[in-house]
Design a protein around this ligand. Structure first.
Ligand code: MN
Length: 740
């Protein structure tokens, strides 16, 4: 018993500690009497949530305190919002009524709490929910926009503390968050919260990718930090000497945005260069803001060469959500593009916390600043058609571009790829629902199976017990799941029919006095140009092959003597294999066997001696040698394992092999000359071709050279990397699809 008493005492201390931290966080916005009001709200929340605990086992009151702290610290809201945040779950979860709230805190607070309670009903029950409904709801509920902001703070804290939730709840909250809350935060200019919500959703929805990127970021951290230090140091010196007081630092990009870039550009993590941005935050007087930002820009571009295409001036014309900043991309010391963001302290705060931060800087009455902002937000919500403020479009824009979210009639979210149809949706729900689907209602309107779904559609599937999957359904669906299910249903159907056909054929053959055995069945299949005996049975059952056809076969039987196509191909393969195996081992030795066995180096991966290779027996072009890491290797090995031949290089040759090098660097006069000197003179290597691309100071070249083996190649790469101005040299393979 004693333990529990001590526990509760410790908790009490912790609660008070957290409460005091909250007070410190909102200190700057507090006026006379505010502190008393917050205290009262805290006590009411503490009392009414008494004994309640979160899934983690912590006292429930930690949650409203944390939400209030986010509202104050991360969104910059004032005392009324802090009172509401502390009380946000009271009416919904405890005995306290709205009247109680109104009596104690007045009408304004009661209205906000009422809005919060209604919103939470909308999100947390299974009601149907579409983007348009969502917008309307926000519009009617958000008579006071603080309702939405506190709801965002609430969601952020729930996402931050989600690890104790069951998996299905985690997924539901995450998909809602990425679908509704993150775009909303973006729309309201709350960039920091938007990024965190996206990262947290990804952490639960794409666990492996999230951890993978996180791990990679950590591995490169020291290197990145050194780069940032080297980049910033000279910049700081000049800024100081010009008396621009500033804070200069590197800002990591969010995991979610890195992942988006990888997907959008189809590149691996290693090729994402902008893992961070450099930010210069100036401490400027209001009247000097713009001039000083441009002065800083001038300093940055004196030190580093800018890319003129990537200058963004959101100071002269701020974004609709209030974002102000100057962005430029410059060439860093190691030939790498670096984004630099220049802004003042005020602009930075607005960018991080949204417009709520704005009124802090308005000298006049505190309320009018907030009112103006509320007005702005309301206009945004009211005006989804207007170009700059297209609310719904923004929703779509912020989603994974290749995925859509569809609602079931009960309001559950289903994620499908872009282009998915009503039939895909049906199979996503359940195989049986898909197999018996005859149509669907989308947003209460009847549509055919092939109807292409739009983001936010609500779909009800209509089924009939008489329906069965059809062949042409395969052209209607896009998801792998639906395709596989349809195929297996069709196969099953076909198998049943073929079984009937088998009996029919047996009878017919008997009456024609053709022996029923597998040899004759194969001959029949071949005669009717069918791929398998099952196809033969199927065609018989369907009446496509009848007695007359069988008689014709019988008549031609004497002249026809054939092997199935596959057999011919197999013979070729066997012949080639035999000629290799006449040697002591069954390994193809490349170089030595050159004359005896017909083989070529595949031009999809250009293997050179030293590479790990295998031989692949083609139908018409002898043996092709591929690298084991050739982009086609996995496909070949998986599909045609019997055509793979082990291969090894012999080492007594002095032949030259063609390979490609991709070279990047900082454009410099004479760079090509330096490169060719190293390759031709120092290494005595022949160059077949050079193509060079120079773009805004970046040099990109492809060089095809002849080398002897991998060691030779590695030495050449090493030497090229030492040429001044070169940042990277990599081997590449021309991506020619191999003919198998
Ligand atoms: Mn809550």
């Amino acid at each position: 018993m004693k333990d529990i008493v001590i526990d509760i005492e410790a908790e009490k201390t912790e609660i008070l500690k957290r409460y005091r931290a909250l007070l410190r966080a909102c200190k700057s916005t507090l006026q006379k009497g505010d502190k008393k009001l917050i205290r009262k709200a805290f006590e009411m929340a503490l009392e009414s949530h008494k004994g309640m605990r979160r899934k983690s086992g912590e006292p429930y009151i930690y949650h409203p305190i944390a939400v209030a702290q986010i509202a104050a610290e991360e969104i910059g809201l004032g005392p009324t919002s802090i009172v509401c945040a502390l009380l946000h779950d009271v009416v919904e979860d405890t005995d306290v009524s709205l009247d109680d709230i109104e009596r104690e805190f007045g009408k304004k607070v009661a209205l906000i709490i009422d809005g919060l309670t209604k919103i939470s009903g909308v999100f947390d029950t299974n009601s149907s929910l579409q983007a348009e409904n969502f917008r309307k709801m926000l519009l009617t509920l958000a008579d006071d926009v603080r309702v939405i902001l506190i709801k965002l703070a609430d969601r952020l804290h729930n996402m931050r503390t989600m690890e104790f939730m069951p998996r299905d709840k985690q997924l539901k909250l995450s998909s809602e968050t990425v679908y509704l809350y993150a775009p909303l935060a973006h729309r309201l200019g709350l960039y920091a919260i938007k990024s965190e919500l996206e990262d947290l959703s990804m952490k639960y929805m794409e666990r492996e990718t999230y951890q993978f990127i996180k791990k990679r970021l950590n591995e490169k951290k020291a290197e990145r930090e050194k780069f940032i230090r080297d980049f910033i140091e000279p910049l700081k010196k000049v800024l100081e000497s010009q008396e621009l007081h500033s804070d200069v630092f590197g800002r990591p990009k969010s995991i979610h945005s890195i992942w988006n870039k990888m997907k959008k550009k189809a590149i691996p993590f290693e090729e994402v260069y902008d893992l961070f941005a450099i930010r210069i935050v100036l401490d400027s007087a209001p009247e000097h803001e713009k001039a000083e930002c441009w002065k800083a820009y001038s300093i940055v571009t004196d030190l580093y060469r800018p890319n003129p295409d990537r200058l963004r001036d959101w100071i002269s014309s701020p974004k609709a959500n209030g974002y102000e900043s100057l962005h430029t991309t410059v060439m860093g010391p190691r030939g790498q593009w670096v984004e630099v963001q220049i802004r003042t302290k005020r602009m930075n705060e607005i960018a991080e916390k949204g417009f709520a931060a704005h009124w802090k800087y308005k000298e006049s009455s505190t309320d009018s600043g907030l009112d103006q902002w509320v007005q702005k937000v309301r206009e945004m919500l009211k005006n989804p058609e207007s170009n700059a403020l297209d609310f719904l479009d923004d929703f779509k824009m912020n989603l994974f571009s290749d995925e859509i979210f569809i609602f079931t009639p009960k309001g559950a979210l289903i994620q499908l790829p872009q282009g998915a149809t009503a039939l895909d949706f049906a199979f996503e729900i359940h195989t049986d629902v898909g197999a018996t689907c005859i149509g669907a209602k989308v947003n209460h309107k009847l549509v055919p199976l092939g109807y292409k779904l739009q983001n936010g559609d609500q779909v009800e599937v209509i089924t009939s017990s008489k329906q069965t999957p059809k062949e042409d359904w395969l052209n209607v669906v896009v998801t792998a799941k639906a395709k596989a299910k349809i195929k297996s249903a069709l196969k099953e159907e076909k198998r049943k029919i073929a079984d009937e056909g088998k009996e029919i054929l047996e009878r017919k053959m008997k009456s024609l006095k053709i022996t029923y055995n597998s040899d004759n069945l194969h001959k029949l299949s071949y005669y009717f140009k069918l791929l398998s005996t099952q196809d033969l049975f199927f065609n018989v059952a369907k009446g496509l092959i009848d007695m007359k056809d069988l008689k014709e076969y019988q008549a031609s039987e004497k002249v026809v003597e054939n092997k199935p196509q596959d057999k011919i191909e197999n013979d070729q393969v066997q012949n080639l294999l035999r000629s290799i195996k006449t040697k002591d081992s069954d390994i193809l030795l490349i170089g030595e066997d050159m004359q005896k066995i017909d083989y070529k180096l595949a031009n999809c991966c250009n293997p050179i001696p030293g590479d790990d290779v295998f031989g692949f027996i083609t139908v018409s072009d002898g043996i092709k040698i591929h690298r084991t890491n050739c982009p086609n290797a996995a496909k070949l090995m998986a599909n045609y394992g019997y055509r793979i031949v082990k291969a090894r290089w012999t080492n007594q040759q002095e032949l030259a092999f063609l390979t490609g090098l991709r070279i990047t660097g900082i454009d410099d006069v004479g760079l090509i000359n330096k490169l060719t000197t190293v390759i031709s003179n120092d290494f005595k290597v022949n160059i077949r071709s050079i193509t060079v691309d120079s773009d805004n100071g970046i040099f990109e070249g492809s060089i095809m050279v002849y080398v002897n083996d991998t060691e030779h190649l590695e030495n050449l790469i090493k030497r090229l990397k030492m040429v001044k101005g070169i940042t990277a040299v990599t081997r590449f393979d021309s991506a020619v699809e191999v003919a198998s």
